[in-house]
Design a protein around this ligand. Structure first.
Ligand code: SAH
Length: 219
């Protein structure tokens, strides 16, 4: 992977190493995921005023009442998503574009949809700035997926729905994996769904804390 970006001093490299150690301690095992997190400059995906907190393991506001996900959550979901190997991935909820960048560095093609257009535009600028090219972004209601490029090997949803959006399952290949938070604003679980020859296999994994999945695209 080659990621180009504004100059990052030694301090910042050390800070990122510290974040990676923290994620390892928190249970992230996949070495490629940890390396992607070490490489992607998360500070470019947040407002300059928050850049000094970008390598803390915490969610941060990105405007429009949305957040850039906590690095642990990004790492964990990516690890779960890629366990079976995935070339083409759909992401619902581009937000800052940070999770998109991590996925781009690990998968062949990433398709990502976002309902808030200014967030999508800013994510596009960030992804361009760091020199990634294997993504397509789209302004739409991602609870409907992105049928045009379906089916996907894996689907990641980065906002919580009360129930699993079934439209998305129809856009998975047989054997494909979907990872999503499901539940209400105060109680959500991360679930993984696999389409096996025997049917839909669903695992509940751990508690999660995401902004809600909202229907309809905003302008
Ligand atoms: N992966 C992002 C997470 C951002 S928060 C990051 O780490 O930055 C979740 C995002 O999902 C928000 O930007 C929100 O606007 C978006 N979202 C919520 N409902 C959506 C929907 N129905 N379709 C597409 N995006 C949606």
């Amino acid at each position: 992977m080659s990621v180009h970006h504004r100059g990052i001093g030694m301090t910042s490299a050390r800070t990122r190493d510290r974040l990676v150690s923290r994620l390892r301690e928190a249970g992230i095992r996949n070495a490629s995921v940890l390396e992607a997190i070490r490489q992607i400059p998360r500070h470019l995906f947040v407002d300059e005023a928050l850049a000094h907190r970008a390598y803390e393991d915490t969610a941060l506001p990105i405007g429009f009442n949305q957040t850039i996900s906590q690095p642990y959550t990004v790492a964990r979901m990516t690890e779960l998503l890629l366990e079976q190997g995935a070339r083409r991935i759909l992401e619902v909820g581009t937000g800052s574009g940070y999770q998109t960048a991590v996925l781009c560095s690990l998968a062949h093609e990433v398709y990502s949809v976002e309902r808030i257009d200014p967030l999508l535009k800013s994510a596009r600028r960030c992804l361009q700035e760091i020199g990634l090219r294997n993504y397509r972004l789209h302004h739409s209601d991602g609870s409907l997926g992105w049928p045009e490029y379906a089916p996907y090997d894996a689907i990641i949803v980065t906002a919580a729905a009360a129930e699993l959006p079934h439209a998305l399952l129809n856009q998975l290949v047989p054997g494909g994996t979907l990872v999503a938070p499901v539940g209400t604003s105060d109680r959500q679980e991360l679930i993984r769904v696999r389409l096996t020859p025997e049917g839909i296999e669903q695992e509940k994994l751990e508690m999660a804390n995401f902004v809600p999945l909202v229907h309809g695209a905003s302008h």
